[in-house]
Design a protein around this ligand. Structure first.
Ligand code: GLN
Length: 207
């Protein structure tokens, strides 16, 4: 990993497709060094990665075309901190329900997610979520053709659920995922939470 204890973490954003620019902006505004990741060399240079929202089936295809899928799997397996939002959460899920034929995820999070879980009538919506780990006030969450987490493994912590109990934010070791889009609301608490994880990870790596 490229970082040292004193340097700002280099935080990559997978920039194949989707709303990667918004994440680059937030990461930079929080004092980390934002890096667009499209090639394996760029991935190898970062201390952490954000996988943005977009369209997971397209991201899957492009990651294979660009020779990034296997390096991404290896990075996830070997402890790179990764935060996935929406399509990014789908990419991190071990199991994807309602995937298109042939669609693969990267995996890492022991969860099953269902794509486009809110159907056509409720394609996009906003709601407030009580997330104890982030404190008050509630997090205003924007869902856009969002997935839900249908099941979680023993090592996965649920961070947020809708009032009907459906899970929309999870964490497990070095991985974080939200079905919604904190990068579009101006509330940076999820990105800060992720950067705290990244700094912890970097410090442990230097002990
Ligand atoms: N429905 C998209 C997918 O399946 C995700 C939408 C989003 O990232 N906003 O990948």
């Amino acid at each position: 990993m490229a970082g040292s204890r004193s340097a700002a973490p280099r935080v990559g954003v997978l920039a194949l497709q989707g709303d990667f620019r918004e994440h680059l902006r937030v990461v930079g505004a929080l004092g980390a060094e934002p890096v667009s990741v499209r090639r394996p060399e760029e991935l190898a240079s970062v201390d952490a990665l954000v996988i943005p929202g977009g369209e997971s089936s397209v991201m899957d295809k492009l990651s294979r075309t660009f020779g990034l899928a296997e390096p991404l799997r290896h990075a996830i397996d070997t402890g790179l901190p990764v935060y996935g939002t929406c399509a990014g959460l789908i990419m991190l899920a071990d199991t994807v329900l309602d995937a298109i034929p042939g669609q693969r995820s990267l995996g890492g999070l022991d969860i099953a997610v269902r794509r486009n879980a809110f159907g056509n009538q409720l394609d996009s919506f906003e709601t407030d979520l009580d997330i104890p780990q982030l404190g008050a006030p509630d997090v205003h969450a924007v869902f856009i053709r969002a997935p839900v987490v249908e099941s979680v493994g023993d090592d996965v912590t649920v961070l947020a659920s809708l009032t009907d109990g459906r899970v929309v934010a999870v964490e497990s070791a070095h991985l974080l995922g939200t079905a919604f889009h904190p990068e579009v609301t101006g509330d940076t608490r999820f990105h800060r939470y992720f950067l705290d994880k990244v700094r912890d990870h970097m410090e442990r790596a230097h002990v």
